[in-house]
Design a protein around this ligand. Sequence first.
Ligand code: F6P
Length: 457
Amino acid sequence: MKRIGILTAGGDTPALNATIYGAVVRASQLQVELYGFIKGFSSLLNPRLPHLHLNPLFRPIPELDPTLGGTLLGASRDYVDNSDPDLLDQVVHRLGQLGIEGLICVGGDGTLNGMQPLAERLPAVLAPKTIDNDLGLNYPSEVDEWQREEKGGAEGVFRRPGRVEFNQEYMINYVTPGYATAVFESAQGVQRVRTTAESHRRIAIIEVMGRHSGYIALGSAYGQPDIALIPECPVRTQALVERVMELYDLQKNAVIVCGEGVIDEEGRELGAATHSTDPAGNIALSGAAEALRQLLVDRIGDEYFRSQRRGDKASAAVFTRKVGHTQRGGRPVLFDRTYAAQLGGKAVEMLLGGQSNALAVLQWNRSQGFYVDSYDANRLRDRWGHIHARQVHPSFYDAEGMRPSAAGIQYLLPIFANAVGHDDLEYIRQSLFRAGNLILPYHSINTDVHRRIRYLS
Ligand code: F6P
């Protein structure tokens, strides 16, 4: 292969530029040209195929900074699927006109689904990313546990519990780039909110992202919340109320972190008041923390706070905050940069080695630590061809204590022991209060990249 393409799809994630950089470096070493496509799959759907050459003379363009958050290529949640074969043929024809012989898609499960029909027409591989850390398997046979059955005319999907003894060395894609940075941000959010909870004798509920996977909430335990609630384990209302009151009796404050996808004992998503979906078909989750707040306000009541010599009503004592998109933004921490770049390089090697419909994965074992490998994308699909978001393994969570279990802690330690580099902190020290930040307007990378965009003539 002499020329390959790369695109970044789905929600932006901190280490995307690092993945692109890793791919550029490896492609350049192998004397392969790398073209970037603008705004994910939407570029391929555009007859003009907006693109830019990322390594003229086999050197990375100067705009490509692996320490910069987001993606210089832009991202979108537009995907291609099998429903329109003519459109797919047109896409592949256009790529052929540009001399593209293989494609790297950087993304999560939605991107992998989008890549599949293309991989039937030209070599395509995925480099993983997602702050949710939900791309992968807790063990290879996990995918076979999914079952389907008719329920009241509709098809229900559920999972039979596996009989596999869990061992973190068998996880497929132990962790995805973006996750460590998201936790870096959310754990700090938890720590900082504690100050107000402590000083004002309040109960804080902090909502973190992750859709139906609780990895970010689990990792946020580094910020020492009193309680961590994950979507995989239904909220036990009575136990939660009792635990919060017990904590409040003792320390006059409580901090709860919850994943945005937490569910109640009936399996209803607390945060999905409106079942709107994004273009990838995901349920838009908002308001889990608010729902929990209402629950605590109703169940604890004003009288309790008065008895604690708190003048405020329950509604004033319980407050919520969302960490929000700051989890996805900004400079990726060292862990994410390092492995994102390696995974980008691995994706190039996979294409050149003749692989297709496969993904680069980040594996871990006790003797080697982290290392990159590849995995057949079909092995992430259940027998109906569906890719499920990986959930926090039950052994990682102590449902009684509402916190990570011993196994959960063992899972987190290798990722976070050295996740933050000295340069990450030095960067903040040197850049945040630069006088120029007040004087000069923000200079967007999009402006520079725009000058390099070319179109199919
Ligand atoms: O999948 C990544 C993610 O950040 C989720 O954790 C979150 O639910 C969603 O994307 C938010 O998407 P958007 O930025 O489109 O609102």
